[in-house]
Ligand binder design. Sequence first.
Ligand SMILES: *Cc1c(COP(=O)(O)O)cnc(C)c1O
Length: 395
Amino acid sequence: MSTWQALEDQYYLRTFTRIPVVITKGEGAHIWDDTGKQYLDFLGGLAVTVLGHCHPAVTEAIKEQAQTLIQTTNLVYTIPQLQLAELLINNSCLQRVFFANSGAEANEGAVKLARRWGKLKLNGAYEVITALNSFHGRTLAMVAATGQAKFQEPYEPVPIGFKSIALGDIDVLKQATTKETCAVMLELIQGEGGVLSASEDYFKAVREWCNQKGILLILDEIQTGMGRLGTLWGYQQFGIEPDIMTLAKGLANGVPIGVVMAKEKASVFVPGDHGSTFGGNPLACAAGFATLKYIIEKDIPGNAKKVGDYFLAGLEKLKQKYAFITSVRGRGLLLAIEFNKEIAQAALMACLENGLLVNKVKPNALRFIPALVITKKDVDEALAILDKSLAGINV
Ligand SMILES: *Cc1c(COP(=O)(O)O)cnc(C)c1O
C-alpha cells in the first residue's frame, strides 16, 4: 500500500472501493499515476471530462475567470452565468435555466419544480414516477427517486413522493399514474444502471402520455447530454422533447456544475422558491461556457458518433472472439460489455496493469465513458489492451 492509500484508509469515510491507483496528472485522453505510469483514460472522470483532461480552451477560461471574479452571489447579476444560460437555451429546446453544483442537486431542483407544477396545475399532485434500475444521485430525495433498493435500504425511511416502475412498457406507466402524479423522470440510457435503455417508440409513448395527463416529463441527461450519445442532447435521438432537463457531469469539463432547464410553460418558480450560494458562480459558468462553446463549434458530438460507432464495432468483434461476452451495447461514447460471469473486477485490474482505465459498472459488466475528443487510434489502442486483458482472464 502506498502512503496515499494508507492515509485514505486512516482518514476518509469508508464510502468508496477505490481502484488501487493514485492519479496525479491528466492531459487529453491520458492520465498518469504517482509513479509516472501512463494510462489511456476510458473512465473520463466518470463521464465528466468530455474534452479530455485540462483542455486548453477550458483551462484558459478558468485561469482568466480566477483572476477576475470567482464568487459573488445570486443577489446580483453576473455575466458568465448569463452567457452560459444563453448558449444553453439557443442550442436546446428549453427556454429557462437554473444553475446548481452537481447532478443530484440539479435533479432536486427539477423535482421541486415539478412539485410546484403539481400544486399549481394538478390539485397538489406531488409524486414523481421514475424507472427501476435508474440513478438520479445521492441526496436523500434522489436516493428515493433512484429505482434501486441498495441505495435506499441503508437510509430508510427515505422521503416519500417517488415510485419506480419497469422501463419499456407504456401500460405499466399508465397503470402507475394516479391523481398524485406530477411528473415522470427518466434517463434515456441508464448509465450507472449498466447502459440499459428502452425503444424510441416507448419514449414517444411516454411523451404522449404526459401530454395527455398534463404531467411533466423530466429527462435526466446528466450523463447522456453534452454530446455523449453522438448528438448534443440525447433527446434528439429519441424524437421527443422534455419539459424539464437536467445536466451536470460534462458541462464544465470537470468543474462542478449542475443545471435545471425548463420549457417556458413549466417554469413556475417565483422568487424565493429555490436558490443556491454557489450555483451559477462565475468560475463554474466560465468553464461551462468555454466547454459548451467548444463542443458546439467543433462538432464534438459528431466525433462521439463516428468514434463511438467504430468502438462499438470493435467491441462486437471481441464478442465474437470471447464466448463469455454476452452483450455489447450503448450509443455514441456511452458503451458497455457484459459477461456471463462476475469477472468485471478481474478485467478492470488486467486493463489497469496494461495501461487502460475502465469502469466496472456491475460485477459482470464494464462501461466505457471516455472523453468525446478521442480518436480512432485511441480506440484501437484501448481495444488491443482490452483484448490482451480478456485473453489473460481465467473463466
Ligand atoms: C452521475 C449522475 C447523477 C448524479 O450526479 P452527481 O453530480 O454525482 O450528483 C444523476 N443522474 C445521472 C443520470 C448521473 O449519471
